[in-house]
Design a protein around this ligand. Structure first.
Ligand code: HEC
Length: 146
């Protein structure tokens, strides 16, 4: 099952695609990043439920850690030319520094969320959660077509 690929495999796939420029590998990398984006969306929903219910926040930490790992490698899942069947805007490649900065901001926000949740602090967790959500939106606004 593709969606259960471990991050290590994911990274290997991304690096392979970036190196070869092979169309088939690029199709894989596009599918992979979409899958990871969807997983992040599912994480956000699950995290929101926990926060809205006022439950203990420590189960949020592993979800935030997974997002942190994904965002740290996110840019490698967008090799040049991987545009087929994709909503990535040309700015992903023409404004690479901005795209990488948006990914770095999301990486940092997810790390903050993981540590807030790990500490059990509900207020800090809720605040960090909003930051993660904002970091998704900030990137989508500039780099994802509607
Ligand atoms: C650094 C930029 C960036 C960040 C950060 C980011 N995304 Fe995305 N996201 C994109 C781009 C670009 C696409 C379009 C990918 C494609 O179609 O190839 C996308 C696509 C998606 C999709 C659609 C996937 C599909 O099935 O086509 C979802 C859902 C999504 N993102 C959720 C999220 C969530 C939730 C977060 C934050 C927790 C997030 N993204 C953070 C850039 C980003």
């Amino acid at each position: 099952m593709k969606r259960l690929l471990l991050p290590v495999g994911l990274l290997a796939l991304a690096l392979g695609a970036a190196g070869s420029g092979d169309a088939w590998a690029q199709g894989d990398v596009i599918a992979q990043r979409k899958e990871e984006m969807k997983r992040s969306g599912a994480h956000l929903e699950a995290i929101k439920k926990i926060i809205d219910a006022g439950e203990a926040v420590d189960p949020i930490a592993p979800r935030a850690q997974e997002m942190n790992g994904y965002f740290a490698t996110l840019a490698t899942l967008f090799p040049a030319g991987s545009t087929e069947n994709s909503k990535a805007r040309p700015e992903v490649w023409s404004d690479r520094a901005g795209f990488e900065k948006a990914a770095a901001n999301a990486t940092e926000a997810a790390a903050k969320l993981a540590s807030a949740a790990g500490s059990g602090d509900k207020g800090a967790t809720a605040a960090a959660f909003r930051e993660v959500g904002a970091s998704c939106g900030a990137c989508h606004r500039n780099y994802r077509a509607r």
